[in-house]
Ligand binder design. Structure first.
Ligand code: AMP
Ligand code: GLY
Length: 425
């Protein structure tokens, strides 16, 4: 069987490695993949948004199954196009991917179906947004409606900051058409939890919970990034909270999408905040999270392809989805200066023994040598019996990987460990 994976980051590397465990799969192609993914699959230089080329490639190569991992192609409708030519896919169609593609849509969905989330207002004109901000509670949160490479959310601590954000998004079009409408919402407080789930629109199966570390520097300081590291499970996410989320958030979301005629099939990601009034949805993603996938999939004991195929065929309820009781940690090694300016092109050395646990994100092959090509370069991952050992092993692994200007946080999982040890909830 021939499988295609769309995308080229650490998340896709984790997906490719997990799919390789299935013996029925003879060949995996990654479009475009990256220098590291090329060791585990055949990379083809076609971009994730080049819909026509992807469909043409899939037809010519006789691809049996496609996994569409990133948000952009999902929101653009790549799954619809592949299915139109008879290729089975994992990922939501365009109608369902709007749950991530439009924050206005997702906020209105939650309001209509009483799914707990922050209070909000929607604006499509800068003047009315600015007028509202004259009296809005501060801090406040400004969100561009559409996709913005994870940068479309601004937490404004002052009224001036909030107004500036509105101006940048709506007048200066910092995120292009993604800022034609904005959501201004209540600032919530509490620990954050990521829960990825498999759903076929009938059944929803949450995966093991995880904790992302979004800020660039230790102590959650510095700029927001695409994610500097993750741990799983997330100790804040107790059995009791999981049950509450299933009842008040997960099942109602699946049902809400069905009622809207937008059945969601694929990986539905819940970004949750555990507030003093209970868990609330901060965001939905229509895909696997990055770098959450790098800690969640190594803990999956069941066969990933069998689960994905069951989602596509709407028989998820018949399949066992089993996670290990162990813990995982991913330390993201980045280029110094990320998420702002950084240099690229440095050779990366990874000892052979560590390679199975390294998920490559921003690196390319030059004359058969792996060199840095992005801000987040790779994730060093470890799975151990407990969280403390997983963190230590991941850091030991990172220390053995060398490239010039390498930078990583030194406190990934530290807060989680404290919560687990001292029960600080
Ligand atoms: P997002 O790009 O939607 O993942 O948002 C980025 C980050 O902004 C989240 O992970 C939260 O830390 C924060 N955030 C988003 N919405 C809110 C909110 N209503 N209150 C507080 N923090 C928020
Ligand atoms: N780690 C957050 C995301 O994938 O959007």
């Amino acid at each position: 069987m021939k499988v295609l994976v769309i995308g080229g980051g650490g998340r896709e590397h984790a997906i490719v490695k997990k799919l390789k465990e299935n013996k029925k799969i003879d060949c995996i192609y990654a479009l475009p993949g990256n220098g590291g993914i090329g060791k585990d699959s055949i990379c083809v230089p076609i971009g994730a948004k080049e819909t026509d080329k992807i469909v043409g490639f899939a037809q010519n190569e006789g691809i049996d199954y496609a996994v569409v991992a990133p948000d952009d192609p999902l929101v653009l409708g790549l799954v619809d196009e592949l299915e139109r030519v008879g290729i089975k896919c994992f990922g939501p169609d365009k109608k369902a991917a709007i749950i991530e593609g439009s924050k206005v849509f997702s906020k209105n969905l939650m309001k209509k179906y009483s799914i707990p989330t922050a209070q909000y207002e929607v604006f499509d004109k800068a003047e009315s947004a600015l007028a509202y901000l004259e009296t809005a509670p501060i801090p406040t949160v400004i969100k561009a409606d559409g996709l913005a490479l994870g940068k479309g959310v601004i937490i404004a601590k002052t009224r001036d900051e909030a107004k500036k954000a509105v101006f940048e998004i709506m007048e200066n079009k910092k995120f292009g058409d993604s800022g034609n409408s904005i959501v201004i919402e209540e600032f919530l407080e509490g620990p954050e939890v990521s829960v990825l789930s498999f759903t076929d629109g009938k059944t929803i199966v949450p995966m093991v919970s995880s904790m992302d570390h979004k800020r660039a520097c230790d102590g959650d300081l510095g700029l927001n990034t695409g994610g500097m590291g993750t741990v799983a499970p997330n100790p804040y996410y107790t059995e009791e909270i999981a049950k509450e989320c299933m009842k008040k958030i997960f099942l109602p979301t699946v049902e809400a999408m069905n009622s809207e005629g937008r059945t969601f099939k694929g990986c539905l990601y819940f970004g949750l905040m555990l507030t003093k009034d209970g868990p609330k949805v901060i965001e939905y993603n229509c895909r696997f999270g990055d770098p959450e996938t790098q800690v969640v999939l190594p803990l999956l004991e069941s066969d990933l392809f069998e689960i994905m195929n069951a989602v596509t065929e709407e028989r998820l309820s018949e399949i066992e989805v089993k996670f290990s009781k162990k813990s995982a940690c991913c330390v993201v090694m980045a280029s110094k200066g990320y998420p702002e300016h950084y240099e690229k092109g440095f050779e990366i050395s990874i000892p052979e023994s560590e390679k199975p646990y390294v998920y490559v994100a921003g690196a390319e092959l030059r004359n058969d040598r792996l060199v840095t090509s992005g801000g987040r370069v790779l994730g060093a991952v470890a799975v151990e019996d407990n969280l403390e050992d997983a963190i230590n092993s991941a850091y030991n692994r990172a220390a053995k990987i060398k490239f010039d200007n390498a930078y990583y946080r030194t406190d990934i999982g530290k807060k989680a460990l404290l919560v687990q040890k001292e029960g600080i909830l």
